[in-house]
Write a new protein. Structure first.
Length: 130
């Protein structure tokens, strides 16, 4: 990044199908490599996979989603936007799943869910170590 004001952005539209989680992981890791931000790679790949998997599990198959990626000098912000108006929330996990947002909460420096014109946006932020 050339100046303190540098911001890199990308968006990726994906269908709500199981292979979208691996596609999102791949694209995010490739973006981070291109942006010389490999330090975020492992956590970002894990967390974007969890957010995309939640969409796949909880919205109708094939419903579009958008992965938004923004890198600033101090943080990586990743969001997944989908058409569902049901807010994302941590719930008790079971043997079949339900641990994804707990994992996001444990690994990310911050995360949340907010209303969006299309439905909702679930996001996480990873900050650079000081």
């Amino acid at each position: 990044m050339s100046t303190p004001r540098s911001v890199f952005r990308a968006e990726l539209d994906l269908p709500s199908v199981p292979r979208s989680a691996s596609a999102a992981r791949h694209v995010v890791t490739q973006l981070l490599a291109a942006w010389a931000a490999d330090g975020y790679r492992d956590d970002a790949a894990l967390l974007v996979s969890e957010l995309v998997t939640n969409v796949v599990r909880h919205v109708p198959a094939g419903t579009p989603m958008t992965v938004e990626v923004r890198l600033t000098r101090t943080a990586l912000h990743v969001a997944v936007v989908d058409d569902s108006t049901v807010p994302a929330a941590t719930r008790p996990g079971t043997a079949q799943g339900g641990h994804g947002l707990w994992l996001v909460a444990a690994v990310a420096d911050d995360w949340g869910s907010e209303e969006h014109v299309r439905g909702k946006r679930v996001w996480f932020e990873l900050r650079r170590a000081a």
